[in-house]
Design a protein around this ligand. Structure first.
Ligand SMILES: [Zn+2]
Length: 317
């Protein structure tokens, strides 16, 4: 039986696989087996599969698997809604199996300051008897889903992950994500850089993607990501790049993940990666007269760097 939420012994909270993945790669969670079933009085062991993979192949996203034996009264075992509440006592709504059109994921461009700290405070003091608290330390809008997640989305990586999940469960056509107050269908959120005319792009940020060369900057202070395909404007071609300063990587909570991926990519003979970036390209012309349409990022949550295309074949270009 699939579950979307499990109790993390190390983080001392009920979390979805996306958050577990972030907490693992930021060093707060260390063991993919230290999860238990969220059911009442249930201590069935749960493993978060793929937690420790840096996702060579994102077609298999992190997910929970139950190994232990459920308690008699466990809601998961009895196929009943979970009895979870927020700290303030409001119960968490559980989504029905059928996808409700009104349900929209929310992609927030900033993580709350407490995102890592809440989990960090409790890490370490959880060695003996496990006592699950009766509430979820999440915001009021938290929902449980049959085939979704418990929390908001804070990274392009998670948007890609949910796209893959929804595609696998057949609900992709109904699924939407809210960004900056605008509801966007998942199937229209990704835009390939190839052959896009700059004059025809949406006038709001979306997630652009494509194969790119990844190189160290000549200054040695970071990486340059240069998309293989170019934007165009009429007959003109615009090269598209993203700079990632080492300083930006250093200040990122999940730097271990980004650094691991970049190191592996750099070790290739001709370092290339499949890159997603949230933003809007900005045109400029270099002194030498070369035309650019570049992305600038100030937060590594807004970029996802993959060894291969994690999306279906029609996206692989
Ligand atoms: Zn259980």
């Amino acid at each position: 039986m699939a579950i979307d939420v499990a109790f993390s012994i190390e983080a001392n909270d009920y979390i979805d696989p996306d958050r577990a993945y972030d907490l693992y790669w930021s060093g707060i969670i260390t063991d993919k087996k230290k999860f238990i079933c969220p059911g009442t009085d249930c201590t069935a062991q749960v493993t978060c599969a793929n937690l420790d993979e840096d996702l060579q192949d994102m077609k298999v996203v992190p997910h929970y698997r139950i190994y232990g034996k459920h308690s008699e009264g466990c809601e998961i075992f009895n196929d009943k809604p979970l009895n979870l509440k927020c700290e303030d006592g409001t119960s968490i709504k559980e989504e029905k199996r059928t996808v409700d059109e009104s349900i929209v994921d929310v992609f927030l461009l900033e993580r709350p300051d407490s995102y890592y700290d809440e989990a960090r405070t409790d890490a370490g003091n959880n060695s003996q008897a496990i006592k699950k608290p009766g509430f979820v330390r999440r915001s009021k809008d938290t929902r449980l889903r049959e085939a979704g997640s418990i929390g908001n989305i804070y990274s392009v990586r998670s948007v890609v992950g949910r796209y893959i999940r929804y595609r696998n469960d057949g609900s992709i056509d109904q699924r939407r994500v809210n960004i900056l107050g605008k509801n966007i269908y998942y199937r229209s959120i990704f835009k390939c850089i190839w052959e896009q005319d700059l004059d025809d792009l949406p006038n709001h940020p979306v997630i652009y993607y494509g194969w790119a060369f990844v190189n160290r900057l000549p200054s040695g202070a970071g990486y340059q990501i240069k998309f293989k395909k170019k934007f165009k404007k009429g007959d003109d071609e615009y090269t598209s790049t993203i700079m990632i300063a080492d300083r930006l990587i250093e200040s990122y909570e999940i730097k271990k993940l980004v650094a691991t991926r970049l190191e592996k990519i750099k070790a290739q003979g001709k370092p290339t990666a499949f890159v997603f970036v949230y933003g809007e390209p900005k045109e400029n012309v270099s002194k030498a007269g070369n035309k650019y349409a570049n992305f600038s990022i100030t937060n590594l949550d807004m970029i996802d760097i993959n060894y291969d295309c994690p999306l279906p074949r029609e996206y692989n270009k």
